[in-house]
Every structure is written in structure tokens, then in C-alpha cells.
Design a protein around this ligand. Structure first.
Ligand SMILES: *Cc1c(COP(=O)(O)O)cnc(C)c1O
Length: 370
């Protein structure tokens, strides 16, 4: 048996008819950029999310960059974010001309909100938490902090579509939230795609304009912008998939429950925990063990693909050498990057695949005699 990390092919087979039909209709109408399919998806996503505006854009990285720029964040400003994420979260801060200020993670892999206040300086303009792996961060604390200190809260929801904190959806806690629809995300297109959601009319209009060369109406450029639009084909795929996301989330959660039940008594691994009040949509199922690399090669030899999200904490990447940060500044993130392993998880994963993975993990620790 082979167990892939994700299987996008299996998902396509499951919904082939509706996805093919949606793509055919875009090709038939030749609306490749903008057009009906894009308008439809943005309305559907805004409605599904219960938010006033959804501004589609080229990818989840651009979504963050556009929001930062349209909030007027730039040179001389600081933006506080988490030490553990995909680089989009921090590189966009630098792209905007501002400086990322990294804060360590808590025991649930999200930004440690207790450490944020101490990092606020007169230059701080915004905070970007990430609901990492699909589990909601303690955003309510950040909303309060941002309100009292006059800062913008931008939620990076790229891994947490429809996750929630205290029964309220993530993405609804700040000024704006950003999503990625990269193919492997919980809602994924067949190429790059992303979106911004906000209830702020003015910000929504600016973001929409900026993503489309600074024009609402063709040739009337009110400012210089960028080209970050959603393709019609991607929008059609996303519309075909959107109605199924809630079900996929339940399937992901069932797989997580099965992993937790079958691995509970294995000495030597730490299973992911869910914070009271947070929901977890399991974009990733991340365990920890002290022989991560040994376990990873053992699983690979058995045909099981795993991932590491992420092997290096952001501030310790070569890209941030200029910040001169050391593991001692972000001890939790630095320690976990050597121990974390993401197990396969995708809605179409079968019971026998879960068994196969769990058995291999048991065999590894049994052989090690721990
Ligand atoms: C995927 C991801 C992004 C960026 O998304 P792209 O669509 O690939 O640009 C941003 N932040 C996080 C946390 C992500 O996982």
C-alpha cells in the first residue's frame, strides 16, 4: 500500500462531473479573467462566510500584501507576527516595506498572545496571527489588544477555512482576513488563487482596485496597483468545491480522531491537542517526536509520505539573518521545528490507510524499544 500526503486526484474523481462541467462553461464563455464565474464565487464565499466583502485575488500571499498596502503599512512600520508559519506571512510584511517582528508560538503552535503586548512599539501598526494547521489562535485576545492600542488585526486564514474560535469563525476577528486556495489547502483551486474578506466597505474597495491595476473601471486608474486577479477557471473550480467543504472538514476531523485513538498509547509521540474554545479543521495533523527524521524515513520506506511544516522557524531562516534572532528568542518554535512531523490527512483517506500509517508508527517505536 502507498499512502500519499494528500491525494488531489481522488478528490477530483469524487466530484469529476461537477468540476468538469464548471470548467467547460468557463471555456465556452471565454471569460478567463474576471467574468461571471468570478463574481459568482466571490458572492458565494462571502455568503458562506457571513461577511460583507470577498475580494478574490491571485493567491494567498498577494491577499496579505494587498491588505497591508491598503491599510497604509509601509517603510518605518512594524508588524507583529508568529515565528512559525509559511514564509508568505512575513515576506509580505517586508514586501510592503515594513519590518516583521516575530513572537514565539504557544503549545498549540499559534502565536503566543501573552507575549504580544511586550513587543508593541511606537512603530507597530498591525498584528498578523496565523491559525496554523487549521486550529484557531486565541484571536479574541488580539482583537482586544488591537482595539485598545489602535492596531490593525489581519488574520491569515490560509490553513483554517471555516475554523472557529469561541463559536465565531476565524477571519471575523479583525479588520480583514486572508485566504489561500492553493490546491492542497482545505478549499483548493487547480492552480493559484486567494481571497481577502472584510466587513469594511472602504478597505474592500481599495483592495479590489489595487488587485486590478488600481482601476475599478477599465482604463480609469485611480492609483498604481498590481495584477492579482482570480481566473475564471479557478473560480469555477472553487464554486464547484465550496458546497463540500463542511463535509470535508468533518471527514478530516474523523481521521484526526482515528489517529488520536489509535496512537494514544504509543510512547514517544505527542499528539496534537485542541485548545478549549478553538475548533481544528486539520489542514495538517502534526505530531512531535524526538526521532522525527528516523520516523520519517521509516514511514517513507513503507510507502507513507509525510511533511514538515516547517523545518525552520521563520526568524531563523537565512532570509531573516538581518534581524539577528536566535533560537533563545523563540524557544518553543525553535524546539518544535526539529520534532514536528505532519502525517497524511485528506478527506478521501481510507480507514485502511489510517490503519497502515498507525501500524507503521507502532512498529517503529516497538523496534526502537522505547
Ligand atoms: C499557503 C499559505 C499562504 C499563502 O498562500 P499562497 O496561495 O500559496 O500564496 C499564506 N499563509 C499561510 C499560513 C499558508 O499556509
Amino acid at each position: 500500500m502507498k499512502v500519499p500526503f494528500v491525494d488531489l486526484r481522488a478528490q477530483y474523481e469524487r466530484y469529476k462531473d461537477s468540476i468538469d462541467a464548471a470548467m467547460q462553461s468557463v471555456i465556452a464563455s471565454s471569460s478567463f479573467i474576471g467574468g461571471e464565474a468570478v463574481r459568482r464565487f466571490e458572492a458565494e464565499f462571502a455568503q458562506a462566510y457571513g461577511v460583507k466583502h470577498c475580494i478574490p485575488c491571485g493567491n494567498g500571499t498577494d491577499a496579505i500584501y494587498i491588505v497591508l498596502r491598503m491599510l497604509g503599512i509601509g517603510p518605518g512600520d512594524e508588524v507583529i507576527t508568529t515565528a512559525l508559519s509559511w514564509i508568505s506571512t512575513s515576506e509580505t510584511i517586508s514586501q510592503a516595506g515594513a519590518t516583521p517582528v516575530f513572537v514565539d508560538i504557544d503549545e498549540y503552535y499559534c502565536i503566543d498572545v501573552e507575549q504580544v503586548a511586550a513587543r508593541i512599539s511606537p512603530r507597530t501598526r498591525a498584528i498578523i496571527p496565523v491559525h496554523l494547521y487549521g486550529q484557531a489562535a486565541r484571536v479574541e485576545v488580539l482583537t482586544e489588544l488591537c482595539n485598545s492600542r489602535g492596531l490593525h488585526l489581519i488574520e491569515d486564514c490560509a490553513q483554517a477555512h471555516f475554523s472557529a474560535r469561541n463559536s465565531r469563525r476565524v477571519g471575523m476577528y479583525g479588520r480583514a482576513a486572508t485566504f489561500s486556495f492553493y490546491p492542497g489547502k482545505n478549499l483548493g483551486a487547480y492552480g493559484d488563487a486567494g481571497a481577502i474578506v472584510t466587513n469594511d466597505d472602504g478597505l474592500a474597495e481599495k483592495c479590489r482596485m489595487y488587485a486590478n491595476h488600481g482601476a475599478m473601471v477599465k482604463h480609469q486608474h485611480e492609483m498604481e496597483g498590481i495584477n492579482s486577479r482570480l481566473d475564471g477557471l479557478q473560480a469555477a473550480v472553487l464554486s464547484a468545491k465550496l458546497p463540500h467543504v463542511a463535509r470535508w472538514t468533518l471527514e478530516r476531523q474523523a481521521i484526526a480522531d482515528a489517529y488520536n485513538a489509535r496512537l494514544a498509547d504509543v510512547d514517544g509521540i505527542e499528539l496534537p491537542e485542541v485548545r478549549a474554545g478553538s475548533s481544528h479543521v486539520y489542514h495538517l495533523f502534526v505530531i512531535q517526536t524526538d526521532d522525527r527524521d528516523g520516523l520519517r524515513s521509516f514511514l517513507a520506506a513503507r510507502g507513507i509520505e509525510t511533511g514538515i511544516h516547517y523545518p525552520t522557524a521563520l526568524p531563523l531562516l537565512e532570509a531573516y539573518r538581518r534581524l539577528e534572532m536566535s533560537p533563545a528568542d523563540i524557544p518553543r518554535a525553535a524546539r518544535s521545528t526539529g520534532r514536528i512531523l505532519s502525517l497524511p490527512i485528506f478527506p478521501e483517506m481510507t480507514e485502511s490507510m489510517i490503519d497502515f500509517v498507525c501500524e507503521a508508527i507502532r512498529d517503529f517505536f516497538a523496534a526502537r524499544g522505547s
